[in-house]
Design a protein around this ligand. Structure first.
Ligand code: F6R
Length: 640
């Protein structure tokens, strides 16, 4: 999605290089064009263009802009084509205001054709109206605070924006899009000794960042202020620094807490280590992230709310929706009355929601607009909100009554990998805790999760060690047109996730099919032309024999089948088989794997998922696609 960065410093005249560095860190969110605006004296210069940060900088020399205050943006087109002119920042007619914006201004046409009919627009974007509205309102109000109050009354839609004024002031606000201020305290400032719960009316700082993502500034400061919906900030230059003030929509100054962000976030973002791509690094990290997720602290209230709810609606988008299906599968088995619904459908679903229900929202970023919309809709119906989330500073966490972190660390690759398996691990733990709460005969001691973690970590290591085989399978299938991933029961959920990875990383049409449904239609697509292949998820659970029969149906029609399995009994049915480690290598009784939610309910989904991630990654690399930044999609989808 689009990303915003603004930086003001009293002791640096080279803000452009810091803006560019931050924008590169935000590229993982998705982008198609890049730009910055920097103030020098009283003149604002803008440079921008289509492409990634490195290429646009090479072509338009963004880094040469000199000044101590500036704004930057990576755009992911929604209104208007991908072009240099539509890239942000956008400026007012008089060039004295430059803005960057995320989200969608719903009433931009109305504003363009009404109040702003005498203004000349340079782009097709909705965003540009913000620069012109500010220019219009500045000609009517003396005080920038009154301008902001008037502006927020006129803007409809979802937005986070920052405007740079040519007197050195920065202003900005948000509505349903994230905007976070990072402050670097002045020497001797009270902020050096800031108190955690204290609220500050004015913050004095030597430099200040404003961004849509803390990753953009965590290298420079760990002190952040999270703006709430409809609040706005004014950052004014003062002697030896800046004064930051925050106001509510009516223009009343409000006190804000300063949050200390975990420094360890920074070490994740700096480099890919020994790996060619973040995606590969994150796939490998699963050996640790699943174990860490199993150690996540889960609030007792989180569990009892799920048990006591008349009904739970579990929701998410993309991979997080696939995790929601897993939650539905496991939680139903421990007696929770649960329905799953795609986040963008919650508002339109026939499931009626009221205050007896609980919405369980699952998300990596916690910023997905469709999900936040579902959360706000459910809240308006009186529902309690529980969430399972990776980014603990996200909007979703702030909107939730209770949340559980999956502790996967920042995920930079656009495709969800380690966050998905960490979600599965947390859901598994939630289901086991519910089983324990409902029937204390099931003993889920810490010892149990420790043993489970080490058994799964070992399995993940063993699968990753088979990467050479996956690479040769990738060679065989990289040019096919279609891949059908079949599975039954919980394995079908992993088929959905695998098909999603193949689409987004390898750009191959891939479809998950319930294995038993092949004969009800999809078999018509199978022939011996090798333009399509079938991947059968076929572990040694109660679906094994059925799926073997489905594999035979495909083979009888000349289809090519790749088996992913831990069972060798019918190995000859597949054209090639990727063998999974046996989940029972470990002495399960010694490990205490005796419970309602068996060890295999987590181990099998995880073990089948990782080869599919590696396959999609290897195909992408062989086809020269960048797996970290797949075309057309974004990490954090902040538009509905
Ligand atoms: C798939 C993928 C997306 C996200 C979806 C939800 O690999 O990354 O489908 O899963 O956009 O994002 P979060 O989990 O951040 O809400």
């Amino acid at each position: 999605m689009c990303s915003i960065i603004a930086y003001a410093s009293c002791n640096c005249n080279d803000v452009s290089s810091i803006l560019l560095d931050s924008l590169s860190l935000l590229e993982y969110r998705g982008y198609d064009s890049v730009g910055i605006a920097v103030l020098n004296g009283s003149s604002i210069s803008v440079r921008k263009g289509v492409g990634n940060v490195k290429d646009v900088n090479r072509k338009h020399r963004l880094e040469e802009l000199v000044g101590s205050i500036g704004i930057g943006h990576t755009r992911w087109a929604t209104h208007g084509s991908i072009s240099d002119l539509n890239a942000h920042p956008h400026t007012s007619c008089d060039g004295r205001i430059a803005i960057v914006h995320n989200g969608i201004i719903d009433n931009y046409l109305e504003l363009r054709e009404g109040i702003l009919k005498d203004h000349s627009f340079k782009s097709e974007t909705d965003s540009e109206v913000i620069a012109h509205m500010l220019e219009h309102l500045l000609s009517r109000h003396k005080d920038i605070k009154d301008v902001m109050v008037a502006l927020l009354r006129l803007l409809h839609g979802s937005y986070a924006f920052v405007a740079l004024l040519n007197d050195g002031t920065l202003v900005g606000s948000r509505h349903n899009e994230p905007l976070i201020v990072g402050v670097v305290p002045s020497a001797n400032s009270i902020l050096y000794h800031y108190a955690n719960r204290k609220k500050y009316n004015d913050v004095f700082c030597s430099s200040c960042f404003i961004s849509s993502d803390v990753l953009a500034f965590i290298k420079y400061t760990d002190k952040a202020i999270f703006l709430s919906n409809d609040e706005f900030f004014i950052l004014r230059p003062i002697k030896h620094g800046y004064r930051l003030s925050i106001y509510d929509a009516e223009g009343n100054k409000i006190g804000k807490q300063i949050t200390q962000i975990a420094w360890e976030l920074s070490s994740y973002v700096i480099d890919k280590g020994k790996y060619a791509h973040y995606t590969l690094k994150e796939i490998h990290e699963q050996e640790y992230t699943i174990a860490r997720a199993l150690c996540s602290k889960i609030n007792h209230e989180f569990i009892t709310r799920l048990i006591d709810a008349r009904r739970v609606i579990v929701t998410g988008s993309g991979s997080s929706y696939n995790a929601s299906l897993y939650a539905k599968h496991l939680l139903a088995r421990v007696g929770v009355n649960i329905d799953a619904c795609i986040a963008s459908e919650v508002r339109y679903s026939s499931i009626s929601i009221d205050s007896n229900d609980v919405l369980l929202a699952i998300s990596q970023s916690g910023e997905t607009a469709d999900l936040l919309d579902a959360v706000r809709y459910a809240k308006s119906k009186g529902c309690k909100i529980l969430s399972i989330v990776n980014v603990n500073t996200s909007s979703l966490v702030r909107e939730s009554d209770y949340f559980t972190s999956i502790n996967a660390g920042p995920e930079i690759g656009v495709a969800a990998t380690k966050s998905f398996t960490a979600q599965l691990a947390v859901i598994y733990k939630v289901a086991s805790l519910i089983a324990h709460e409902n029937n204390s005969n099931y003993d889920y001691s810490i010892y149990y999760y420790d043993s489970l973690s080490s058994a799964i970590s070992k399995g993940v290591r063993d699968i990753i060690a088979r990467e050479h085989l996956l690479s040769s399978i990738a060679d065989t299938i990289k040019d096919v047109n279609d891949i059908y991933v079949i599975g039954k029961g919980v394995n079908h959920i992993i088929a959905l996730e695998g098909a999603l990875k193949l689409k987004e990383l390898a750009y191959i049409h891939a479809e998950a099919i319930n294995a038993g449904e092949l004969k009800h239609g999809p078999l018509a697509l199978i022939d011996n032309s090798r333009s399509s292949v079938v991947i059968a998820l076929n572990v040694k659970d109660n679906t094994y024999k059925d799926v073997i029969n489905n594999v035979k149906e495909v083979k009888a029609r000349g289809g090519y089948v790749i088996g992913i399995s831990d069972c060798y009994e019918y190995k000859e049915c597949y054209d090639v088989m990727l063998d999974l480690p046996s989940i029972y290598d470990t002495n399960e009784r010694d490990c205490g794997f005796v419970n309602a939610i068996s060890y295999e309910s987590l181990a099998y989904p995880v073990y089948q998922c990782i080869p599919l991630q590696l396959l999609a990654y290897n195909i992408a690399v062989k086809k020269n696609y960048n797996p970290d930044y797949p075309r057309n999609i974004a990490k954090s989808v902040t538009v509905t």
